[in-house]
Design a protein around this ligand. Sequence first.
Ligand SMILES: O=P(O)(O)OC[C@H]1O[C@H](OP(=O)(O)OP(=O)(O)O)[C@H](O)[C@@H]1O
Ligand SMILES: Nc1nc2[nH]cnc2c(=O)[nH]1
Length: 171
Amino acid sequence: MMIKVLIDEETLKKRIKELAREIEEYYLGKTDTIHAVCILKGSIHFFSDLMLNIRKLNVKYSFIHVSSYQGTSSTGKIRVKSWIDESIHDEYVLLVEDIVDTGLTLQHIVRYLKKYNPRDFRIVSLIEKTVHDHGIPLDFVGFRVDDKFLVGYGLDIDEKYRNLPYIGYVE
Ligand SMILES: O=P(O)(O)OC[C@H]1O[C@H](OP(=O)(O)OP(=O)(O)O)[C@H](O)[C@@H]1O
Ligand SMILES: Nc1nc2[nH]cnc2c(=O)[nH]1
């Protein structure tokens, strides 16, 4: 399969630093500690790089593992492989997602996380696809991309390409 570079390593790094500043700006004056929730597996690299750039806040980490894609299409069914406990109750929660496409994954996660009654609930996504009206208000977005199936920097096709250091698309 031919992979073309869409967002190179340097552009990713630069934008993630900017996102970290935007996120710090939002929380400073409200709280000194946030609770970041990483959605595995796709968000692993984004989560790690973003958190290493947040310098002005204490950050608690939690991890959720869900999946719904087979090949390049959503099965429409969200499989929850691992979940978190109620420790986000009354906390400033930042949900960290790599990509929002149909929005099904986030809709599911947000619905259940809100039952724990966090004090504040924000979402950051590295990429927002603009083809679907996914209907989820995203607080911080790295890049907006049209209808391409992306790989790399955590994103896969059947578990391949996650370790590419850039974001590419299949021709
Ligand atoms: O908005 P949606 O259409 O629901 O798509 C977005 C989700 O799809 C991918 O996860 P995937 O199911 O491939 O699992 P993975 O993160 O483990 O690769 C991606 O990491 C998002 O979580
Ligand atoms: N790898 C990958 N997973 C996705 N899940 C939803 N959209 C995408 C995409 O473009 N690439």
